[in-house]
Design a protein around this ligand. Structure first.
Ligand SMILES: [Cu+2]
Length: 175
């Protein structure tokens, strides 16, 4: 009984510390469907406020549109995709591949979310995990949430894991 309780306590601790980093709210989504990405920022760096959040969009995540935040300057980088995709009845061969919220101030003691919408291309591989590397700049210090787990490892094995999204098979069409 004691062993069980301590095993559960360890699992909860590992889970809560992993989730206490910058993570995506929805960590699973169907390929070939829209996806709302909500980056959760539960703390700053070295106890100081976050002033910039920059995220890189992985390949196959298309039609990205970020949500502006009052008090923050929003800029994006548009790049050519590795191929042309069908997006809502039109062909797209380029799009937003980096989002930058800057010039704001999110105190270490406070929590906030940074949002974007996108479409997960239908040729993304279900069962795979894709990563959204984030750089979090603070008044003092920086967190580079860019570590991608090697085979056989998980995000809790790394001090600064990149936010991850597990891909599910395309949902059955609704009639
Ligand atoms: Cu953390």
């Amino acid at each position: 009984m004691i062993r069980l309780v301590s095993a559960v306590a360890i699992a909860v601790a590992a889970m809560s510390s992993a989730n206490a980093h910058v993570t995506l709210e929805r960590q699973e989504a169907h390929v070939g469907a829209p996806y709302k990405g909500v980056l959760r920022v539960p703390h700053g760096c070295e106890g100081t406020a976050t002033v910039t959040l920059r995220v890189r969009i992985p390949s196959g995540v298309i039609g990205v549109k970020p949500m502006p935040k009052p008090g923050w300057t929003l800029t994006t980088v548009t790049s050519k995709y590795s191929k042309t995709y069908k997006l809502y009845h039109r062909d797209v061969s380029e799009g937003v591949t980096e989002i930058n919220w800057s010039g704001g101030k999110l105190a270490d003691a406070w929590y906030d979310e940074f949002t974007f919408i996108a479409v997960l291309a239908s040729d993304l591989e279900a069962g795979k995990t894709i990563h959204f590397p984030v750089v979090q700049e603070c008044e003092k210090g920086v967190h580079r949430w860019i570590e991608i787990p090697a085979a056989g490892k998980s995000r809790s094995d790394y001090p600064e894991p990149a936010p991850e999204l597990r891909l599910l098979p395309a949902a059955a069409p609704r009639h």
